[in-house]
Design a protein around this ligand. Structure first.
Ligand code: ZN
Ligand code: ZN
Length: 376
């Protein structure tokens, strides 16, 4: 019994020391990152190759991927246009960028939100992710060392171990996203903040950035935590460290980004019955944004839909579906200004907590969707 208690004590001590160091390090890293991001952004403003949004080549709004969005839309248009209909640029533009979507108030709000929120919240998201990644990785590695005798200190990572490390990081990041996203739907308080993302009645690539800061930062912690577990494990197994095959990481991101802009759009792209079980297609994310009961709480995955399959939340469409985007009961109409996107979640969270205290037994048995007083 005594060694066990000693072990637990060592783990707790290691965790405490690491978390204190990690908090300071994360805050310093945050301030540093903001400074660097602002100067990088200023630099990109003078570089037309980063236009139209002055973002780096790994960003989903870089012209590479906007061009990918155009190319895929064009191919789909050619396949889907009625037989005998002559091709004209005007017709294609109406298919690709219809006024009903791009001139909608919601799209204008997405643009305003992106410009206003983008810089600081995105930096906060990335920093929390990186900060919690390094912070938790230190905690895990120390905890593993406190629990088990270390491996052979001369063990160095082979290329296959490096590859396994990168693959595990990618899978863990995606799983962390899935878990965070799942909870943001299932926990009523978190759902109030995540609703902001679902409040868009039309989808365009900028809707991908309509996230309440609270929602985004919580997600960053989930992703950071899951990849930290992998880093801690590999750090424990290979004391000399494992080199990161960044090329693998970037390659996967670039491949994903090619079609990623279709996820938030009206253009349907499904990968087919089988592949949809493994990879999450843009059509599946559109279903995730559906406001009808059959689409509720389905397809939480980002890159992989495998997690949804395992968790029983997978929805694979059998044919093209007309998805009505937004929140049920037209609740999305309340989220009609920049101010409301920020403030409504707090107002509703407060009402939820207070309301709950008053009618606890009924409210507890109902899911977050029901709490909004919708049909079905
Ligand atoms: Zn969601
Ligand atoms: Zn979305």
């Amino acid at each position: 019994m005594a060694p066990l208690i000693q072990g637990i004590d060592r783990v707790l001590q290691a965790m405490f020391e690491n978390l204190t160091v990690a908090t300071v390090a994360a805050w310093t890293a945050y301030l540093d990152k903001i400074q660097r991001e602002i100067s990088a952004f200023a630099g990109r403003l003078g570089d037309p190759s980063t236009y139209p949004f002055a973002v780096p080549p790994t960003h989903r709004l870089h012209w590479y991927y906007l061009f990918g969005f155009l190319a895929i839309a064009f191919a789909l248009y050619l396949r889907r246009k009625p037989k005998g209909e002559a091709f004209t640029i005007k017709r294609f533009l109406r298919f690709w960028l219809p006024g009903s979507v791009y001139r909608h108030r919601s799209s204008l709000l997405d643009l305003k939100f992106y410009l206003f929120n983008g810089v600081f919240v995105e930096i906060a998201f990335i920093t929390v992710l990186i900060g919690s990644f390094f912070g938790f990785a230190g905690v895990f590695e120390t905890a593993f060392r406190a629990l088990w005798p270390g491996p052979d200190p001369n063990l160095t990572a082979s290329p296959s171990a490096e590859f396994a490390y990168m693959a595990a990081i990618i899978l863990a990041a995606d799983l962390g996203f899935f878990i965070g996203h799942y909870l943001s739907h299932k926990v009523p308080l978190l759902w109030e903040f995540h609703k902001v993302h679902h409040s868009a009645p039309v989808l365009n690539p900028l809707s991908n950035y309509r996230f309440h800061p609270v929602d985004r930062i919580l997600l960053g912690i989930f992703i950071g935590f899951s990849i930290a577990l992998i880093k801690g494990g590999f750090g424990f197994a290979y004391p000399d460290g494992v080199a990161e095959m960044t090329a693998v990481n970037v390659g996967v991101l670039l491949a994903f980004n090619l079609s990623a802009n279709l996820r938030h759009s009206h253009i349907w792209l499904s990968y087919g019955w089988h592949l949809n079980h493994i990879l999450s297609s843009p059509a599946q994310h559109q279903i995730h944004h559906g406001s009808e009961p059959r689409h509720f709480d389905k397809n939480f995955g980002l890159m992989f839909s495998l997690w949804d399959w395992i968790a029983g939340t997978l929805y694979v469409p059998r044919a093209v579906e007309q998805v009505r985007f937004g929140l049920s009961g037209r609740e999305h109409e309340e989220y009609d200004s920049l101010w409301r996107l920020y403030s409504l979640p707090f107002v509703k969270a407060k009402a939820l907590l207070w309301g709950r205290a008053a009618r606890a037994p009924i409210a507890r048995s109902e899911g977050p969707r029901r709490l909004k007083g919708q049909e079905g």
